[in-house]
Write a protein that binds this ligand. Structure first.
Ligand code: GLA
Length: 397
């Protein structure tokens, strides 16, 4: 794929709109969309109350929808060519499986929050690779949160849409993700990374240099145990907190461990908890340094911190894979690279690379050729820019 060619002829919004007309034999009244994300730095710290620095990318989930005057929801997923239908009043966690659990979970979460929620007819389409670590699920949740928000006449801030999405995923779908992905899908600004304090939910938008682009490289390998290993890391962090809290009762989460306390606290932790804590505490510090470097336009420094983040995720948090390490190592040697690391939960999936725009083709040529030589297949590539969070528009005629 050449980097100058469009990825596909029709945008997800156009595909969703046409799919709605096919499925429901009329035109949709509204369109919502929410983006996927990469995490530039701050891996596995959102559920430790830490700081993260993600950016939304221009891959997205689009929903074409029309309000209904009852509480029925009829859905059509273009990518799967499948329909689903439910009544909002009858939803309980576990009552819906598969892709429809995400929109259903959002309707359920809105109702659980004590807010009115109306039904809709909707078609959904998207170009975020599923299961690649680019958070297609958060994009689905936030795009549907915006759709239900619109048809129910609510007036909530974007951050609240993100929280409803996370509630849907944690309590309805049953995946214990943090808040980073949903906040990025809801609140990101174009051309900027988003510095999110996962404890206070405070956000600072940090401009990315215009001369850089975000390159996503997908290893094409997904470990089966992804969710269970993710949950296990969360449990390990909780265990570590209870051990260190016994030494210092001001510590309520790993966010409270200061870097200069780390060495003395590590003595109280047995493997692998000591490594997990070293990653989390080091990573939160790296995010702060990286945000400052970006604000001071010190891109080289920013890149070094991305590589350091990857090493820590590989060696201390142990969520990388051979292919992801290979992609990061090849990126490190390639022309034009600023920094590279695994993005998302890890255990397979994608890397995020910051690359000088003028050298993208040289960068890709080097990494793809050598990856193919080493692993026998080519990684999938997406060259993107930092995109806008959720939007809703009325369909014009
Ligand atoms: C997944 C989760 C996020 C976050 C990352 C790791 O993407 O959904 O909440 O924990 O993993 O940084």
């Amino acid at each position: 794929m050449s980097t100058t060619e469009p990825r596909r002829e029709l945008s997800p919004l156009e595909v969703a709109r046409a799919a709605f007309q096919r499925a429901f034999e009329r035109r949709p009244e509204f369109l919502s969309r929410a983006p996927g994300r990469v995490n530039l730095i701050g891996g596995h710290v959102d559920y430790n109350d830490g700081l993260v620095l993600p950016a939304a990318v221009d891959l997205e989930i689009a929903v074409a929808f029309t309000p209904r005057d009852d509480r029925r929801v009829r859905l059509y997923a273009e990518g799967f060519d499948e329909k689903a239908e439910f009544d909002i009043g009858e939803l309980t966690p576990g009552s819906i499986d598969g892709w429809a659990a995400y929109p259903a979970g959002v309707a359920w979460a809105i109702a659980q929050a004590g807010l009115p929620v109306s039904g809709l007819d909707a078609a959904v389409a998207g170009d975020i690779p599923i299961g690649g670590g680019l958070s297609s699920s958060a994009a689905v949740e936030v795009a549907f949160a915006a759709a239900f928000h619109q048809v129910s006449g609510l007036e909530l801030p974007e951050l609240k849409l993100a929280q409803l999405g996370q509630t849907a995923e944690n309590q309805f779908v049953g995946v214990q993700c943090g808040i980073m992905d949903q906040v990025t899908a809801a609140c990101a600004q174009p051309g900027k990374a988003l510095l999110l304090d996962c404890r206070t939910l405070g956000i600072r938008h940090v401009p990315l240099p215009a001369a850089l682009r975000i390159v996503i490289l997908c290893s094409g390998i997904q470990r089966e145990l992804r969710t269970s290993e993710y949950n296990e890391r969360r449990r390990e962090c909780e265990q570590a907190v209870s051990r260190v809290a016994a030494v210092d009762d001001d510590i309520r989460s790993l966010r409270d461990v200061e870097p200069d306390q780390l060495q003395s606290l590590l003595r109280h932790l047995s493997p692998p908890l000591d490594r997990r804590v070293r990653h989390v505490v080091g990573e939160i510090e790296r995010v702060q340094l990286a945000a400052t470097a970006l604000e001071h336009k010190e891109t080289e420094r920013f890149g070094e911190l991305m590589f350091a983040s990857h090493r820590s995720l590989r060696d201390d948090y142990q969520v990388s894979s051979e292919e992801l390490d290979g992609l990061v190592e090849l990126a490190r040697q390639a022309p034009g690279v600023i920094g590279a690391r695994l993005t998302g939960a890890g255990f397979g999936g994608c890397t995020v690379n910051l690359v000088t725009a003028a050298l993208i083709d040289d960068f890709l040529g080097y990494v793809i050729e050598n990856y193919h030589r080493l692993y026998g297949h080519e990684p999938e590539e997406y060259v993107t820019d930092a995109a806008r969070g959720v939007t809703v528009e009325k369909v014009g005629w």
